[in-house]
Write a protein that binds this ligand. Structure first.
Ligand SMILES: Nc1ncnc2c1ncn2[C@@H]1O[C@H](COP(=O)(O)OP(=O)(O)OP(=O)(O)O)[C@@H](O)[C@H]1O
Ligand SMILES: [Mg+2]
Length: 731
């Protein structure tokens, strides 16, 4: 379909053309007439078929005509950035685009000035809880990757956002973008929307199964790859690289991403050209400059990067991840070996995707085969419109007998239906409290009506549902979050309101409150508070390995310090207690300035895990501080110091120095050890003197001087004066 056929604003058409969009794809042509008439829409079409553009045009077209705002909700921060950058193309038309993925206890007032706001689902939920007044100006709500309703941790939030919007403003147009799922009709009925389905893909993607030396594809063709000594994976990767294609390999564990990348590096290195090697060197150099601390994982990554390969998993820090993704997008890195964390929604240039593992380990269920939906998401990273003319997804069969089965199940088979996960008690108590605390409902009928509007109710039988709701409500009433005004009516207490706006699980709030009460009558240490924080369900604790015997010894030694009751050794809960203690110990090491690399080895985690734990612990400490303030608990100063120490990863004595921009814990320690113990002590010190300190250098030294409001003029004189002063002092 030609762009002009839709009577869009000429400005929109020009922007599209400037960005090489000259016509609409068939599923877009089917969806756009409805989208532009402000109808609700579920788009359940294949990966890479341009779902986002339909949503963008619905937003831009409507806002240009009517004014108002739009909210674009995505599951991951990385995806938020991609969508934000794409939407910025429309700023030329006078629309302002904003992004918000951060602090959940914040109404983010700056957002009021944007017309289009991209955010994560948790942020959207938190904005609804804060009752920000621009929410009722939202004309279009986009939910990207809506099939994640099926995900136990993210799903409940997604469907609650939609239900709240439907109630607050029934006229809000809802556009839901989904992978192809079996029960898309059910989803569209729930959303009262037009359903657009198709199996069309702009870039042909053929899928196949590899066994021994042959790939059998679903287009009937076969590909023969020679070689006997190499493994199947090595053959497939080499074949791609020789043909100048980029490859994305999916494996099932983090450890495998590293070991497989290592193995593949030998093959890929042999096929690199001079210019590739030069680009890779530059990539590594710029990466090194961004690193706060060099870890063994960074070194492993450098080793692979030098040879044109990278690994990608949830343990990577955001810097590591960005370098890998950008290097691959710029076609400098030829191959990424990843866990499925890379699969959802991203646009990258992989001509071939190889899926090595179809099985995954879960601590509760053991090994299980991945869902077809997940396979399709992985396969769908191959052959993306702006990057490649065709794509291939190849699954490796380990035995001949599996060939047929894999082909039928994953390539020819249907994706699974999705199911609501709002029925879990933790999701119900959290979202019920938020509905009551934000005065969305105030009586039992209101609660039932709200739940009735969710996908959960749409899929469940009413009787079991009421039992679950009553149980969650009882929890909230019995623990002081909600109080009854009369038999059917209730309201949230101050404690309930604060818990809801802090965006934490009510059970976490309860654990914190009890721990803080206890802290008033006991000697507390950093470990006491950290352990209490790590005992809340919002902090995902580290797995306890059989070799972690030190944790039990530590529990015994610090028995008197715990603010959370220690379960009996014979009890199942005891292992959880130790896991929480292990997690608290990681943060304790971090604030004692233990090197990141040592923490990585001791706890068997990646930098990304450390930063995730720091982020969650900081967030729960913030909640603890709010409760301490609210109830006048005496431990407020300890919590304040601890929060800063967790944020910066340092001892209390460095807190003054780390408040300078560009000075992290490592540089602050170097300055401190040279006698510059506070910001005041840095005044009057010449740039040259500071630049001599390890890890500081001239750039950072100048930045310090700028922050102190000192110009680096007359340096020579100052330097000699400084050394004289210092000598006199030493005498
Ligand atoms: N009509 C078009 N012409 C050319 N390119 C297009 C068109 N529509 C979309 N694209 C491009 O196609 C790519 C994929 O689009 P998009 O990210 O929206 O895919 P998607 O359907 O959301 O896939 P996924 O399910 O993997 O998230 C983007 O780079 C986008 O700019
Ligand atoms: Mg998408």
């Amino acid at each position: 379909m030609k762009l002009e056929e839709l009577k869009l604003d000429q400005g929109i058409i020009e922007i599209l053309k400037e960005h090489e969009i000259s016509e609409f794809y068939p599923p877009q042509a089917k969806a756009l007439p409805h989208a532009l008439k402000a109808e609700n829409l579920v788009l359940s079409i294949p990966t890479a078929s341009g779902k986002s553009l339909v949503a963008y045009l619905a937003i831009v077209n409507r806002l240009l005509i009517e004014g108002g705002k739009a909210l674009y909700v995505v599951p991951l921060k990385a995806l938020a950035r991609e969508k934000y950058e794409e939407l910025q193309l429309f700023e030329k038309l006078g629309l302002k685009v904003g992004i918000s993925t951060g602090d959940l206890d914040d109404s983010d007032p700056r957002l009021a000035r944007f017309d289009i706001i991209v955010c994560t689902s948790e942020k959207a939920d938190s904005l609804l809880r804060h009752r920000v007044n621009w929410m009722n100006k939202i004309k279009v709500l986009v939910i990207d990757e809506i099939h994640l309703i099926h995900d136990p941790s993210r799903g409940p939030t997604l469907e609650v956002i939609i239900s709240h919007f439907k109630a607050l403003n029934p006229k809000t147009q809802i556009i839901a973008l989904s992978a192809t799922i079996k029960n898309a009709t059910e989803l569209s009925i729930w959303l009262d929307s037009k359903l657009i389905q198709s199996d069309w893909r702009p870039v042909p993607l053929r899928e196949g199964v590899f066994y021994k030396n042959e790939v059998k594809f679903n287009d009937g063709k076969t590909l023969f790859i020679e070689g006997t000594e190499k493994t199947s994976l090595e053959k497939l990767v080499e074949n791609s690289i020789v043909n100048k294609g980029q490859v994305l390999v999916f494996v099932n564990t983090r450890k495998s991403t590293i070991s497989v990348a290592n193995r593949l590096s030998l093959i890929i290195e042999d096929n690199l050209e001079k210019i590739d090697k030069k680009n890779l060197k530059e990539l590594i150099e710029s990466f090194k400059n961004k690193l706060p601390e060099l870890t063994s994982v960074d070194k492993k990554l450098f080793y692979c990067l030098e040879k044109g390969v990278a690994f990608h998993n949830a343990g990577l820090s955001s810097i590591q991840r960005r370098v890998v993704e950008k290097g691959f997008k710029d076609r400098i890195i030829k191959c990424i070996v990843a866990t499925p964390t890379l699969a959802a929604g991203v646009n990258i240039p992989a001509q071939r995707v190889v899926i090595r593992d179809l099985w995954r380990y879960d601590p509760n269920f053991g090994m299980y085969p991945i869902p077809v939906l997940e396979y399709k998401q992985q396969a769908g990273r191959a052959g993306r419109p702006r990057y490649d003319k065709f794509g291939e997804a190849i699954i490796i069969a380990k035995k001949e007998a599996q060939k047929e089965e894999i082909f039928n199940r994953y390539i020819l088979g249907d994706t699974e239906p999705i199911f609501s996960k709002l029925g879990s008690q933790s999701a119900l108590r959290m979202h019920l409290l938020s509905s009551i605390a934000s005065n969305f409902v105030d009586n039992i009928e209101g609660v039932y009506k709200f739940i009735d509007s969710t996908f959960y109710a749409h899929q469940s039988d009413v009787l079991s549902l009421r039992d679950d709701i009553d149980e969650a409500l009882d929890f909230l009433i019995n623990n002081g979050f909600v109080e009854r005004i009369n038999k059917d009516q209730f309201m949230s207490t101050l404690f309930g309101k604060r818990t809801s706006s802090l965006y934490i699980d009510p059970l976490s709030a309860l654990i914190l409150k009890k721990a803080l009460e206890k802290s008033c009558n006991s000697e507390i240490s950093s470990l006491s508070l950290l352990h209490a924080v790590c005992s809340t369900p919002d902090v995902r604790s580290l797995y306890l390995r059989s070799t972690d015997t030190w944790v039990e010894e530590k529990a015994e030694k610090h028995k008197a310090e715990f603010l959370v009751e220690q379960p009996d050794i014979s009890h199942d809960e005891y292992e959880w207690f130790l896991s929480d203690l292990k997690t608290a110990s990681l943060i304790e090491d971090w604030i004692e300035e233990i090197y990141e690399d040592y923490i990585i080895t001791k706890y068997d985690v990646g930098s990304g895990d450390i930063y995730n734990i720091i982020e969650t612990v900081s967030w729960i400490l913030h909640a603890a501080r709010e409760f301490a303030r609210m109830y006048n608990f005496g431990c407020l100063p300890e919590i304040n110091d601890l929060s800063l120490r967790v944020q910066y990863g340092c001892k209390k004595e460095l807190l003054n120095l780390v408040s300078l921009k560009g000075i992290g814990r490592v540089r602050a320690r170097a300055l401190f050890n040279e006698g510059f113990k506070t910001i005041n002590k840095l005044r009057g010190v010449p740039v040259k003197r500071l630049a001599q300190i390890k890890g500081i250098g001239e750039g950072v030294a100048k930045s310090i001087k700028n922050q102190l409001g000192e110009s680096p003029k007359g340096e020579e004189k100052e330097l000699s004066e400084f050394f004289v002063k210092k000598k006199t002092r030493i005498k």
